[in-house]
Design a protein around this ligand. Structure first.
Ligand SMILES: O=C(O)CCC(=O)C(=O)O
Length: 333
């Protein structure tokens, strides 16, 4: 066991072996038992849910297609179009947002393999159907290599289903994740905590740090337990839209944290964006799931928007912030 802090300095005991890990690992066919655990704890870990050969293949496609690219792509932490930021080991440190939407001209194998073999892996879709009571609609995905130390948060602040708190997400380990590589962490039972909707004091456009401070205060005031389960290649951790989570503030010079996350709502539900807008999303049917492709780079219009964003970021992001604030004011918050 080693002790590592969350991004805002809360210490966590991180298991290095399964014997030290208090999180049970469910087999892919233990669907009812896993759902009971998920509903009680706000998260659950499946051992060996995704085929390990598929994990190796997506990492090979990342090396072959994504790493050499030097243009702007959308990123997890900022949702902005940025070029790769690499560390000394050559790992990409600013994770990619929405693998299902990357430009098929530059990333033909990566885009299709990520969608067909990872995001809609048949065992993952089976679990999602069981937990959601409907086919899954994939609304967002991400690829992590180096650790960007994701702050403590609940996903519902950013995205959810119209049935608030019903979205689920999956963290898919595509390599063994060492204790020091920047483990994903969750606060068990935090999915019962309602922090309210974003308003003019906590909104993402101007006061994102105030919102994160609220989450950190709740963890400290309630002395919440934090777990950073040990995950090996093919394991999947599922968590709920309200479960407080993030990634630990650590870095391992030897081991990356190659992983893919995927956020899913029930296919028949509308999407809730930034706790303000309800959207009926256009989707493609793939492998028993519906796949939404935000800002799909297969479209010339979306490529033109990405070009405008990366060429004139100042005015573009200023306008976007004004639109978010206007939507919150329109809700009377
Ligand atoms: O793995 C991480 O760093 C964070 C992932 C996350 O917060 C998410 O996918 O919602």
């Amino acid at each position: 066991m080693i002790r590592i802090n969350t991004p805002n300095g809360i210490p966590v005991d991180v298991p290095e072996t399964d014997a030290e890990d208090v999180s049970p690992k469910f087999a892919p066919d233990q669907l009812d038992a896993a759902r009971d655990y998920y509903e009680a704890e706000g998260y659950v870990v499946f051992r060996g849910l995704v085929d390990t050969a598929a994990c190796d293949r997506i990492r090979a496609l990342w090396e072959a297609e994504v790493k050499p690219f030097d243009g702007p792509m959308y990123r997890q932490a900022t949702a902005k179009a940025e070029r790769h930021v690499k560390n000394g080991q050559g790992w990409i440190m600013n994770p990619i947002l929405n693998l299902q939407s990357v430009d098929p001209t530059h990333f033909p194998g990566f885009r299709s393999f990520a969608v067909e073999k990872i995001l809609t892996d048949h065992q993952l879709v089976t679990v999602a159907r069981h937990f959601l009571g409907d086919a899954p609609k994939i609304v967002q995905s991400m690829y992590f290599e180096g650790n960007s130390a994701t702050w403590e948060h609940q996903d519902s602040y950013y995205l959810d289903s119209e049935k608030v708190g019903s979205m689920m997400a999956a963290w898919i380990a595509v390599e063994d994740i060492s204790a020091t590589a920047g483990r994903f962490f969750i606060c068990p039972r935090s999915h019962r905590i309602d922090l309210g909707e974003q308003d003019i004091y906590t909104n993402i456009a101007d006061n994102h740090d105030v919102y994160i401070g609220k989450v950190v205060d709740v963890i400290r005031q309630r002395a919440m337990e934090i777990r950073a389960p040990r995950l090996i290649k093919g394991d999947v951790l599922i968590w709920n839209a309200w479960t407080i989570h993030g990634s630990l503030a650590s870095h391992d010079a030897e081991a990356a944290r190659s992983s893919i996350t995927c956020h899913m709502i029930a296919a028949h539900d509308r999407f809730l964006q930034l706790q303000t807008r309800h959207l009926d999303l256009p989707t493609d049917a793939v492998g028993g799931a519906q796949v939404f492709r935000p800002k799909d780079q297969a479209s010339a219009a979306n490529r033109a928007i990405l070009w405008a964003e990366s060429s004139f970021p100042g005015p573009f992001y200023w306008l976007k912030r004004q639109a978010v604030k206007a939507a919150i004011r329109a809700k009377g918050r």
